[in-house]
Design a protein around this ligand. Sequence first.
Ligand code: GRF
Length: 206
Amino acid sequence: MSEHDLKLGVLASGNGSNLQAVIDSCEAGRIKACVACVISDDARARALERAEAHGIPAIAIERSTFDSKKEFEESISAKLDEHGVELVCLAGFMRIVGKTLLSRFENRIINIHPALLPSFPGLEGQRQAFEYGVKVAGCTVHFVDEKTDHGPIICQAAVEVEEDDTLESLKERILEKEHVIYPRAIGLIAEGRLTIEGRRVKIKRD
Ligand code: GRF
């Protein structure tokens, strides 16, 4: 880890396989970033165990222990600050990010969504796409704004739907692509190669 690495704060509610992909990319030196802390809104999340296994501060902050969303997000924000977080990465964080976090980390929160946005935002993007009958599914990394799964798109990967696909087999192939594009998007940000121009994210060449 170098002192110039971009400090990431990962928010995750569940399994944390995307978190794992990010940790692995950081540890292998494929991206100039490091995971400074992992925060979950569920103390039982596997994501917290994954963080601990890599010596990364793993923090549970549960919504039910706060009277308001504002106080909940202030507490998350304080932890992110304490760990010097520069970029917040949502990785299966099952809550809508509100004004408190958005204003504290303006254009510095990103998310991975398991569908080709703007198609199929919201819960279970893969299921929505599969049941709709699309021939090409995929995943999207985007900046987070005040609307769900809506901010400027950083990168996407397509996954062809095969004749014999089940929802489970399709989900699995989408997840494999997620594990590739999420670290890649973070790497681009870490190298300072992205600029946001309205809805468009411009990527500087190497
Ligand atoms: C992924 O499918 C991601 O796209 C979505 O939530 C899921 C999280 O999976 N936002 P994991 O916890 O990273 O394994």
